[in-house]
Design a protein around this ligand. Structure first.
Ligand code: E4P
Length: 212
């Protein structure tokens, strides 16, 4: 299972790079980074990681999405183009896939959107677990549905669980058998932390210092 870091912060990528396979970002994360040299930011992140770095298009229409996607793909060889699960986004996915450009279909909230992403040759589809939970739906159930549909029909599109808000989301996604997850730096950090590990270390240290 691939682990991506959901961030546009170069320092977090450098800090966690031993544990991640790639990076995903979105316009909100880029805005939060405070960086205005967008291309420079993308290059700095791509250089640190050999796996995919998903960069989202801002354009809405099919033609504009393709122009923007082609510019983004030229910035670095591991750029993966993030497109929304809309009519135009899916059409653009079909075209980019046939041109050999990797794609990540984002803002996926239903199995039918995921099915279309697979039919259009997407490299990844990103169901948003937390945002579905926020409106009273079951994000994990959607992941399960998509993983089953893709397995039944042997689609190659990889299921990338996004909008992961807690460790239970992550564990459930892993148990279901998603191909990838994207985690905020805060959630990734929580994967390391356990109070019994800290307590155990303190006990070992104390016992070692008090040994005869
Ligand atoms: C995924 O690619 C998105 O950037 C992200 O996971 C969205 O998460 P959020 O719903 O916590 O903003």
């Amino acid at each position: 299972m691939e682990i991506f870091l959901d961030t546009a912060d170069v320092d977090y990528v450098a800090f966690y790079k031993s544990f991640i396979d790639g990076v995903t970002m979105n316009p909100s994360l880029v805005a939060k980074s405070g960086r205005d040299d967008y291309e420079g930011l993308i290059k700095e992140i791509c250089q640190q990681i050999s796996g995919h770095v998903s960069i989202e298009v801002i354009s809405n229409g099919y033609d504009d999405m393709l122009v923007e996607a082609k510019q983004l793909a030229k910035i670095y060889n591991n750029v993966c183009i993030k497109l929304p699960c809309t009519f135009d986004g899916l059409r653009a996915c079909r075209k980019l896939s046939s041109d050999g450009i990797p794609t990540n279909l984002t803002l996926c909230f239903s199995s039918t959107q995921a099915l279309l992403a697979a039919k259009c040759g997407a490299t990844y589809v990103s169901p948003f677990v937390g945002r579905l939970d926020d409106i009273g739906h079951d994000g994990v159930a959607l992941l399960e549905e998509i993983v089953n549909i893709f397995a039944t029909h042997e689609y190659e599109t990889r299921v990338l669980a996004a909008s992961i808000r807690n460790l239970q989301h992550l564990i459930q996604a892993a148990l279901i058998g998603v191909n990838a997850v994207t985690l905020s730096p805060q959630i990734l950090q929580q994967c390391f932390d356990h109070p019994l590990t800290i307590k155990g270390l303190e006990i070992f240290k104390k016992d070692w210092e008090n040994k005869q």
